[in-house]
Design a protein around this ligand. Structure first.
Ligand SMILES: Nc1nc2c(ncn2[C@@H]2O[C@H](COP(=O)(O)OP(=O)(O)OP(=O)(O)O)[C@@H](O)[C@H]2O)c(=O)[nH]1
Ligand code: SF4
Ligand SMILES: [Mg+2]
Length: 409
């Protein structure tokens, strides 16, 4: 279970002032010494991540953060390290002690409420002092679960685990499926996987493996081919597949070799549903028509690999977009958890499929884009749009296709 990809785990962040017992709480939850505990305030400086299996939720990752002492500092942190953890937090544990709930705790709670992230408040060091009934009632009225704990003795840990299960957001736990809603038992799905310089040696990449697994779980079957063999594969089949899913880079060839009455899309379009929001990304892709030479476009990638020759993010998408627009666009790039604060200067954000991120982090980025009123789309949709096969690529999703056609009018 430790091998479950991090992007599929429920991310539980532990926040609070220095020395309140955040690291002690993580150690008690995991029954291991994961994070260093000491009576010196400021012991945890960098976030500590601990993946584990939390039944009945399943795979989660706890993130212990550095403590901060006042709300002023929180302002700075928003643009710094901790903001990145806010962005990927699905469930927030705010730790305080005794009967104390001050402006810093309230500011943290407001930040998460604005993000629709559920909150559990932990009053730790309950062996020394416990919160008043009035304070507990006030917090519970605001839908914030309250747990009293003695982290050093694992006191209240059972209550905390229970609160985590109760507060865990359902849309994250039951995140949208990759492909299983598009196929029925006995159906055939064809997956087109180019083996080019970008393909990792000796293995398939995560979205491909996850799609294969879901097809098997659906009692359907799948055929995996390179784009060059697709036409031949079709000739050998005696019935049509339910769907063809390709790497977006092979879109044009696969569209040409797939019969028109067979549904076709790409892995990153499937992942727009799983990790982001397909309708939002469709609206974003439509902005490509409004781009003009000289505009700024941000290409954001969740991986931190070094780009290789003919890399999709640095070479292919810029080339296809430039051809479509007929002039030079200024492309900027971001990688991993880094994401620019000054989104206003961009006309469009094009994001990768984000298979390495949890859904919350992509939803946070959509939220930032919305706040800045900047459209956002993803690789597959941007490629399909600039290659003129957008409707074809949306064929498996009739509702979204209908929305697109209405918007287009
Ligand atoms: N009495 C009592 N002491 C506790 C409890 N939980 C933690 N402590 C002590 O409080 C001190 C701080 O604990 P940590 O877990 O390091 O606190 P932290 O919030 O991670 O601190 P920073 O990383 O510095 O922000 C340590 O000396 C712990 O032993 C508790 O429930 N009761
Ligand atoms: S760049 Fe994005 S889509 Fe591609 S492997 Fe990395 S996280 Fe997944
Ligand atoms: Mg700590």
């Amino acid at each position: 279970m430790q091998k479950t990809p991090k992007g599929m785990r429920l991310h539980i962040g532990i926040f609070g002032r220095r020395n309140v017992g955040k690291s002690s709480l993580l150690n008690a939850l995991t029954r291991q010494t994961v994070s260093i505990v000491s009576n010196v305030a400021g012991t945890t400086t960098d976030p500590v991540e601990k993946p584990m299996e939390l039944l009945p939720i399943g795979p989660v990752v706890f993130i212990d953060t550095a403590g901060v002492d006042d709300s002023g500092i929180l302002g700075d942190m928003r643009t710094a390290h901790t903001k990145k953890i806010f962005d990927r937090t699905d469930l927030a544990i705010i730790v305080t002690t005794g009967n104390y709930w001050g402006p810093f705790e309230e500011e943290l709670a407001t930040e998460f409420t604005e993000r629709s992230v559920p909150i559990i408040t932990v009053f730790n060091k309950a062996d020394l002092e416990t919160p008043s009934d009035e304070l507990v009632q006030k917090l519970e009225l605001e839908k914030r679960a309250v747990v009293k704990a003695i982290a050093t003795e694992a006191g209240g840990i059972f209550d905390l685990r229970e609160a985590i299960v109760r507060q865990a957001p359902q849309d994250i736990i039951n995140s949208p499926t990759i492909i299983s809603d598009l196929i029925r038992p006995g159906d055939l799905a064809i997956l087109v996987v180019p083996i080019d310089k970008e393909a990792p040696k000796g293995r398939l990449i995560l979205p491909q493996v996850q799609a294969i697994r879901e097809i098997l779980d659906s009692d359907a079957y799948c055929m995996v081919v390179k784009e060059r063999e697709l036409r031949d594969a079709f000739q050998k089949l005696n019935s049509k597949p339910a769907i063809v899913v390709t790497d977006s880079q092979a879109f044009l060839k696969v569209a040409a070799d797939t019969p028109k009455d067979v549904l076709m899309t790409s892995f990153s379009i499937l992942f727009a549903r799983v990790k982001g929001n397909l309708s939002e990304f469709v609206r974003g892709a439509m902005v490509i028509d409004k781009l003009k030479p000289g505009d700024n476009v941000l290409i954001a990638e969740s991986c931190t690999h070094h780009p290789i020759t003919d890399d999709i993010g640095t070479v292919k998408i810029p080339r296809w977009l430039t051809q479509y627009i007929g002039g030079r666009i200024n492309f900027s790039h971001s990688q991993g958890h880094d994401f620019p604060d000054d989104l206003e200067k961009y006309k469009l954000i094009i994001h990768c499929g984000s298979c390495m991120f949890n859904r919350r982090e992509v939803l946070s980025r959509i939220m930032y884009a919305k706040r800045a009123e900047i459209p956002i789309t993803n690789y597959g949709l941007a490629i399909a749009y600039s290659l003129g096969i957008f409707e074809r690529a949306l064929s498996p999703f009739p509702n979204v296709l209908e929305m697109y056609r209405k918007l287009k009018k």
